[in-house]
Design a protein. Structure first.
Length: 480
């Protein structure tokens, strides 16, 4: 039996009825019956899972940037719904209406079954739409991996509307995009939970020291203990997923900032175009100099020459592409004509003399010399088809180089020791005087050549130096 009654409803309750009115195409009687049915079905006194609104909002905030476990996702949305975007949209919107979340979503795609492009749009309150967008994105990525992987290309947030664009891609890119946009904290929390006995003391140490702890790679630390300048930066290469020499300068500067700030090696790194400014609070000049050398070495390995200038609590690294161009010109001329080697090197040394206004000339010239030495040996290796350097081939190469430079030198190979003695050097000599900067550059050129041929296996013992008032230079090379 049906009864007709006149009832009045406040605006507050009319708003609560809106999802049911939409569901029943404006039929208020059907909407009321649906609400009464659900109220009876979900008895709050029996197995209630209702959550206070403030607690619910806190839970949403705390799960931000976290992916839900796969088994929970499968219970929320059946994996088979990946076969139809229309049915997936209908199912999720129906569940959102039942939960009275006041959130709705739409899925626009180019193919209902095997889409290559999807635009997911979620509308509602900001915190809820981000949560639902994350769940939907996780569902689409996870369940598309074995058929037609979908990668998240962009996420746009308009406060009460979030748009997620997905396109067909490969498994790796799809999984990485999900972590990048919606699961940034998942791996971190999983790692901490797996080894709390390690991470909790580490976090407490950083807090108690006011973040003055330094975190570096073990190999990096070992190099510092042995007074060596680290050959590279493992974490930079790990983040870039490529060797240092293949990273663009712009990306490298950004990675230096990320790694050196996050590891707390320095306080702050500013980037001004291609200039790097590092702020620190180290108390000794020796520590500052080592930091400077390490970063210059990283930049040099990347193929870029920089000057490092220190002040009280700051190091400024200035790009010098003009020097790199000059080196390339020199090497090009060396390749064209062996008769002009002496002349071209002399011109280059003249160019180096113009750098004396830089406060850290020896450091800058060290980098220049090593690069020049590597370049010369690389060209010699190519021209003479050398595939494996040994002390004999290295001795032969430098005998030829010294003869071209009119440098008076002699070599003596005794077992695994190679003695090298320079009696007179026309490039470093200015009358009876020795230019220490030029002498330093030539010595670093030799080290660069040695490093190119033998890497870290070569040990160089310096016995005498012309620049230090000795009558000749004498070094001994040993291969480990």
């Amino acid at each position: 039996m049906s009864f007709s009654r006149h009832i009045s409803i406040d605006d507050e309750y009319l708003k609560k009825m809106e999802p049911y009115m939409e569901k029943h195409s404006g039929n208020m009687g059907a909407a009321l019956r649906d609400m009464i049915y659900k109220a009876g079905k979900f008895n709050p006194c029996k197995d209630s899972s209702a959550v206070d609104n403030s607690l619910f909002n806190w839970m949403l905030a705390e799960t931000e940037d976290l992916l839900i476990p796969d088994d929970v996702l499968d219970k929320l949305i059946h994996p088979a719904l990946i076969n139809s975007m229309d049915k997936l949209e209908e199912h999720v919107n129906k569940r959102l209406t039942e939960l009275e979340w006041r959130v709705n979503l739409s899925l626009e795609c180019d193919n209902d079954t095997y889409p290559s492009q999807i635009l997911l749009m979620t509308r509602g309150t900001p915190r809820k739409i981000k949560f639902i967008s994350g769940i939907m994105s996780q569902f689409l990525v996870k369940n598309s991996l074995d058929r037609s992987p979908l990668e998240i290309r962009s996420v746009t947030d308009f406060n009460e509307c979030m748009k997620v664009e997905l396109t067909r891609s490969d498994k790796t890119a799809a999984q990485e995009s999900l972590i990048h946009f919606f699961g940034g904290m998942s791996e971190i929390l999983k790692t901490i939970k797996n080894r709390p006995e390690f991470w909790i003391p580490v976090v407490r140490s950083h807090i108690e020291s006011n973040y003055n702890m330094v975190t570096i790679h073990r190999n990096y630390f070992e190099d510092i203990l042995t007074n060596n300048i680290p050959a590279g930066e493992t974490r930079i290469e790990y983040l870039a997923k490529k060797p240092l020499r293949e990273i663009s300068l712009t990306d490298l500067l950004s990675l230096i900032k990320t790694v050196y700030e996050n590891s707390r090696i320095v306080d702050r790194v500013d980037i001004e175009k291609d200039t790097l400014v590092i702020y620190h609070d180290y108390r000794t000049g020796e520590a500052v100099d080592k930091i400077k050398r390490i970063i210059l070495n990283i930049l040099e390995t990347n193929g870029h020459l920089y000057d490092g200038r220190s002040t009280a609590n700051m190091i400024v690294f200035t790009h010098r592409p003009d020097i790199g161009i000059k080196i390339n010109e020199l090497i090009g001329d060396l390749k064209k004509s062996s008769k002009r080697v002496d002349q071209e090197l002399t011109m280059f040394i003249t160019f180096l003399k113009g750098l004396k206004e830089i406060p850290d000339v020896p450091l800058s010239l060290s980098i220049l010399g090593r690069r020049l030495g590597r370049s010369i040996m690389k060209e010699y290796e190519k021209e003479n088809n050398i595939t494996n350097w040994d002390l004999e081939s290295f001795k032969k190469a430098f005998e030829i180089i010294d003869s071209k430079l009119h440098r008076d030198s002699d070599w003596n190979l005794e077992g695994e020791n190679l003695h090298y003695c320079v009696r007179k050097c026309n490039l470093a000599s200015n009358g009876n005087n020795i230019d220490p900067c030029i002498c330093h550059t030539i010595r670093e050129t030799f080290k660069g050549a040695l490093g190119y041929a033998f890497g870290n296996k070569a040990l160089l013992d310096v016995h005498k130096l012309l620049s230090q008032g000795d009558n000749y230079c004498e070094v001994v090379i040993r291969i480990q």
